[in-house]
Write a protein that binds this ligand. Structure first.
Ligand code: VGL
Ligand code: ZN
Length: 198
């Protein structure tokens, strides 16, 4: 059974000092680097938004960061501008070991739709290609680490479970944004979907 490690969004903007900093987000980099050698494949994801992306609060008149709006594909949290294509904030944290990454998946580059999951845009339909990549490489188990636990990690893990992969999240190698109880909700949803939380 081949097993892939999928490292979600370990980028400057999600680390302390970044535009959408997750508390202590940089503390998990060492543990993640140490895990990489134990897997058959390592995939990194990179949140990658055009400047006019619809998830940015400042692209909406009176848009308030961390408020929720309705988009054609469902509810969307408005975020502070982050991970703009080519910016320093979108770059991987300099301590992350890039030498073992087999694949980098970029997501969130379509202006009118966000993409939390590594597998699909937030319409749950538009694929990133990751599922095909993993299947073609015969990876049937996937382990998720990275940022943020309650958004991109959880949405990726839930999609992976729906797609039939055997899924683990190593919680100590994640950190959460925790917006209105989103961390506890994500844990409940993941457990219910059969995701192993370690
Ligand atoms: C993320 C909010 C917006 C994440 C990305 O990586 O969890 N959260 N974009
Ligand atoms: Zn984003």
């Amino acid at each position: 059974m081949a097993h892939a490690l999928i490292v979600i969004d370990m980028q400057n903007d999600f680390c302390p000092g970044g535009a959408l900093a997750v508390a202590d987000g940089d503390e998990i980099i060492g543990p993640i680097n140490a895990m990489m050698a134990d897997f058959d494949a390592v995939v990194l994801t990179q949140d990658w938004h055009p400047a006019h992306h619809a998830s940015f609060a400042d692209n909406h008149p009176n848009g308030e960061a961390f408020s929720v709006i309705d988009m054609p594909y469902g509810k969307q949290v408005l975020w502070p501008r982050h991970c703009v294509i080519g910016s320093e904030g979108a770059a991987f944290h300099r301590s992350l070991d890039l030498s073992r990454a087999d694949l980098v998946i970029r997501k969130g580059f379509r202006p009118q739709i966000d993409s939390y999951s590594a597998f699909f845009d937030n319409d749950h339909r538009t694929p990133t290609g990751l599922a095909g990549y993993l299947r073609e490489r015969q990876m049937d188990a996937v382990t998720f680490v990275g940022l943020a636990h309650d958004f991109c990690v959880a949405w990726s893990a839930l999609d992976a479970a729906r797609l039939g992969f055997s899924v683990t999240v190593v919680e100590q190698a994640t950190r959460a944004i925790d917006l209105d109880g989103s961390k506890a909700r994500a844990q409940g949803d993941m457990r219910e979907a059969g995701v192993i939380l370690r």
